[in-house]
Design a protein around this ligand. Structure first.
Ligand SMILES: [Zn+2]
Length: 702
């Protein structure tokens, strides 16, 4: 594709001529023919140039090699944003982030944006997804159109590398996916599998940990390859492989230290934008027109994946798709045609108050819009190290104009609901454990290029990341000292005060936490999550009136903030107002019916009011989400004892003694339940056991 030289526009987009071409190339599946099963595999954080199929010799990756040998591989693929949630949204909708509304690590897919899964459902498919990380929870909207969306991250079975990691390793994802496929063997299906492992921290299981001791990122890649190999092998055994369309790709790359960025999301250099893309097309769809093992040099984008799937299945690309079907390219019919690639990141702006970044690239040049804009000659300088914008400003302007045209063309006419929203404190904690900062710096959504350039802030950013890593490994004092250093240099950054407040809170220094959350609100008065954290810190400091004042202010600002209502319930209960506490928790569980802590508290407040019926109902509901919770079962046993429902009390007490055999209270309630049923012998034995475990539990007179 070296048809141009720097400075000469070479780029021709002949959109109209090619639009209908793909669907004619491969004949449609007639209505009488069975539908083709489709599997979409997205491996998180997978740099194309860290796969053997892309020329990297330091890994083996036999499963991906085999897939590439059978399929059609795109050599030059750019994602539209280096952030997991919005990038997956672009893959699964074929639209740009500024259109579908997801532009950050959290948010909500804009209402009315159609998804590929919905399209498959319309075609008569069963649709299933298994995701490997809580950054893709269904609450963000990507589950739209899936009959089955496995994003339940129980505390058991997930990878516990830190105190609260919320990641499911590839072997679990594959097991869950196979379980779903097994039930769908007589029905056409669309399955999306998301493997999270190459995302940091890089901690592959054995034997990959030993084999890749000095290159743990590659070890994770080798691990997911082995699991993919297992998955394909089972599909073959079930006779499902041969006729399936398999799409293999990623949501973004990983900087691995290039440009001083360790991971991804902050910059939009190619190391975090270039991903692999392979379509393994079954013979009945390919009809001899696509050659196995072919490699396509044309530049394409992740918004092109969804329309290509539609074309390969013999369907017209739907009008809402913003990418292009690539089937003609796959057949070698569009040589020298490259699709201009747009990318963006709002991560620096949303979380740090620095400028967002936007880019537009051809295979030869790349323009990055920033307060100090950049232009790179990718042919001479693939590492994007020499900014040549000063000498090539005309070329930069051309690319910039194309970028503006694209943004204008695909912007939503009526944005409506969705997009960035503030998240609660628990979500911030969870995302932090995944290495993301989810605190909003506040300010208008459109403000941009007048903010500091992220390039000039990379050292501060890296210091903050260091603090996050220390925090998540429990080294909170060290995290505090880094954060204080940053706060000294950048006193007006709300996120630094917020992070400091969180560290102090976890260290039990609640008054210091109060101070930092006050500072956060000083520089970002809109932050309700800071308000919530302030109220919580007041409460833990024993300043109940202050806590109540702040939490009531927060509820006035945001009446549906269930976290705030839950906190208010705690405050009211502390004052002895159980009636008020019950009212608040009833509101909470109505909106969050699986919030175990709220249900458990609702039960306990009800017990205090003597409403054992309401208590038992709340505990039973809590057990649906937390069947192994000893605390809930103990409380439920008590509620049943109070209700004189001894058989049910016995059942709960037995469960408690099974789950926690050393807990004296469980045996004590067991004794009471036996006694209630007139089984005095069993009762005596249970009371004796309780006393043995804890002398406080003296057996009552029988
Ligand atoms: Zn990702």
């Amino acid at each position: 594709m070296r048809i141009s030289s720097l400075g000469k526009p070479y780029f021709i987009l002949i959109l109209v001529c090619w639009l209908g071409f793909g669907s004619n190339l491969i004949a449609g599946q007639g209505d009488t023919k069975p539908l083709t099963n489709v599997v979409l595999v997205t491996v998180d954080t997978l740099r194309a140039d860290h796969l053997r199929a892309y020329g990297y010799e330091a890994v083996k990756t036999p499963a991906i090699n085999a897939l590439a040998a059978e399929g059609v591989l795109f050599e030059n693929v750019i994602v539209q944003t280096p952030i997991t949630l919005p990038s997956h949204a672009s893959i699964l909708t074929g639209t740009y982030p500024f259109y579908h509304g997801l532009q950050d690590v959290v948010g909500r897919l804009r209402d009315g944006v159609p998804t590929l899964a919905e399209w498959f459902k319309e075609q008569g498919y069963a649709t299933g997804a298994v995701v490997g990380s809580s950054v893709l929870l269904s609450q963000w909207g990507l589950s739209r159109g899936f009959d089955f969306y496995e994003d339940n991250f129980p505390t058991q079975g997930i990878r516990q590398v830190d105190f609260s990691r919320v990641e499911r390793p590839a072997n679990h994802v594959i097991d869950l996916a196979l379980r779903w496929v097994e039930g769908k063997r007589d029905q056409p299906f669309f399955l999306w599998i998301h493997l999270y492992d190459p995302h940091d921290p890089y901690e592959p299981p054995e034997p990959f940990a030993s084999q890749y001791r000095d290159q743990p990122y590659d070890g994770e890649v080798e691990f997911i390859d082995s699991e993919l190999g297992r998955f394909f092998e089972v599909l073959k055994q079930w006779g499902l492989y041969q006729d399936s369309l398999i799409v293999f790709t990623s949501d973004h790359g990983e900087s691995l230290g290039e440009h001083k960025e360790k991971y991804h999301a902050y910059y939009i250099y190619d190391c975090s934008l270039r991903i692999p893309l392979v379509f393994r097309v079954p013979p009945h769809l390919s009809r001899g027109q696509l050659s196995s093992g072919s490699r396509i040099p044309n530049q394409v984008r992740s918004v092109d994946i969804a329309p290509t799937v539609m074309q390969l299945l013999g369907k017209q690309v739907t009008e809402w798709i913003q990418g292009e079907g690539l089937v003609a390219m796959m057949a070698g019919k569009r040589p020298n045609i490259h699709l201009g690639a747009y990318a963006e990141t709002h991560y620096p702006r949303i979380h740090f108050g620095w400028s967002p970044l936007f880019s537009y690239s051809t295979p030869d040049q790349k323009y990055i819009e920033a307060p100090i804009s950049e232009l790179y000659d990718l042919k001479q300088d693939s590492g994007e190290l020499q900014n040549i914008i000063e000498t090539e400003s005309a070329l930069a302007n051309q690319l910039k104009n194309r970028m503006y045209e694209l943004q204008k063309k695909y912007a939503p006419v009526n944005p409506g609901a969705g997009g960035t929203e503030e998240v609660d404190a628990a979500t911030i904690e969870r995302l932090k454990s995944l290495g993301y900062v989810a605190f909003s710096a506040g300010g208008a959504a459109d403000s941009g290029l007048d903010l500091p350039d992220p390039k000039l802030k990379i050292d501060t950013y890296n210091r903050l990341n260091q603090a996050i890593e220390l925090s998540r490994t429990g080294e909170r004092e060290a995290a505090v000292s880094i954060l204080r250093e940053v706060a000294g240099k950048e006193p007006e950054m709300p996120i630094v005060h917020f992070m400091l407040g969180s560290e102090y809170f976890h260290l039990g220094l609640f008054l210091k936490a109060v101070e930092e959350f006050q500072q956060t609100l000083k520089y970002n008065p809109e932050s309700n999550v800071a308000r919530f954290s302030l109220a919580r810190s007041y409460l833990r400091s024993g300043l109940i009136d202050k806590a109540e004042g702040v939490v009531r202010e927060l509820i006035t600002l945001e009446p549906a903030n269930y976290g705030a209502r839950h906190l208010l319930a705690t405050i009211l209960a502390k004052r002895g107002d159980y009636q008020g506490a019950v009212q608040e928790e009833l509101f909470v569980v109505e909106h969050r019916p699986s919030y175990v802590e709220a249900l458990n508290n609702l039960g306990s407040y009800s017990l205090n009011l003597g409403d054992n019926q309401q208590a038992s109902e709340a505990y039973l509901q809590a057990l649906q989400s937390a069947p192994n919770s000893v605390m809930v079962r103990v409380n439920l046993a008590l509620a049943f004892l109070n209700l004189r429902q001894f058989e049910k009390a016995l059942e709960q007490a037995q469960a408690v003694t099974r789950l926690a055999p050393e807990l004296a209270l469980g045996h004590y309630y067991l004794g009471q339940a036996y006694r209630g049923q007139g089984m005095d012998g069993e009762a005596s034995a249970a009371f004796l056991k309780a006393k043995e475990l804890d002398p406080k539990f003296d057996a009552p007179n029988l």
